[in-house]
Design a protein around this ligand. Structure first.
Ligand code: PAF
Length: 287
């Protein structure tokens, strides 16, 4: 596995590769878990050359967020990537991607200011900016993103459409632990009590899915009223619980019936202790 730190060298290498073969790309912030590994396995099915990036992107963290303490386990990550047969690991420094004088950012519009964006101002601007840079550097034909970060995936689909990026964005289903908790690098922050409480998230998602398929005439507010107590039962603190519609994740009214919505989708953000966890589920009858 080739490991490159320089954006310039990585870009030249990828452009050379692109002449011979297609490229699939998995962007990450490291601390790789089974969820990331599944994305990489999917990448290997899609193209002969697979590139992974590890970069903890300061632009997407707020001033009081966990940029400094975000887990960095580069040696372990490298071993996992070697085992999977990744062709190139791109591991730039902050200075390399944001040199002095860097000023441009991508504004993603309304989609980036709802749900998580309402609590993490500029987060999606930071995500969109780094992803555009990484797409340019890697010349990828395919880029794989997990559905756990469904709003992030939607934002990336949006910028890909808006800027006519020649990249096929491939969504990948959320990978879950045995008890249903979505895998996330931030799960490593959870103590035993937090981890126990976090089990309520998949329980709530399952209930929401069942309610939406068996009682689709009910309103969004009626459904949310059933989900809320399940989430709160073991001490999780709710940041938001919302049902959206359409691929643009538009807000819904409390009186909208689930069956009247196009692509209804439930989003959850909670705190387990001091750790923020997010998850989501489609409420569409067909998915
Ligand atoms: O999902 C992540 O790990 C990050 O947001 C991403 C897509 C690598 C951009 O920094």
């Amino acid at each position: 596995m080739l490991i490159l730190n320089s954006a310039e060298v990585a870009q030249k290498t990828c452009r050379r590769w692109k002449k011979q073969s297609s490229i699939a790309f998995v962007p990450t912030m490291g601390c790789l878990h089974e969820g990331h590994l599944e994305l990489i396995k999917r990448a290997k099915e899609l193209a002969p050359k697979v590139i992974v990036s590890i970069f903890v992107n300061p632009l997407q963290f707020g001033p009081n967020e966990d940029f400094e303490k975000y887990p960095r386990v580069f040696e372990d990550d490298c071993k996992k990537l070697e085992t999977l047969g990744v062709d190139l690991l791109f591991h730039p420094s902050v200075k390399d991607l944001y040199p002095e004088g860097f000023t441009s950012k991508i504004s993603v519009g309304d989609l980036g200011s709802r749900l998580c964006g309402a609590f993490r101002p500029n987060h999606f601007e930071g995500v969109a900016t780094i992803v555009l840079k990484l797409f340019e550097i890697t010349s990828c034909n395919f880029a794989i993103f997990g559905e756990k970060d469904f709003q992030q995936l939607s934002v990336i689909q949006q910028i890909t459409r808006d800027f006519n990026l020649p990249v096929c964005v491939i969504p990948h289903p959320t990978v879950r632990a045995e008890d249903g908790l979505a895998l996330s690098s931030r799960n490593s922050y959870l103590n035993l009590d937090d981890r126990e409480a976090a089990k309520q998230i998949p329980i709530a998602l399952k209930l929401a899915k069942e309610q939406a398929s068996n009682h689709s005439h009910q309103t969004t507010e009626e459904l949310l009223e059933k989900i809320r107590p399940v989430l709160l039962e073991k001490g999780l603190k709710l940041q938001y619980l919302e049902i959206t519609k359409s691929r643009y994740l538009l807000p819904t009214a409390p009186t909208d019936s689930i069956s009247s919505l196009t692509l209804p989708h439930l989003f959850i953000a909670v705190y387990a202790g001091t750790t923020r966890l997010i998850d989501n589920v489609s409420l569409s009858s067909t998915v």
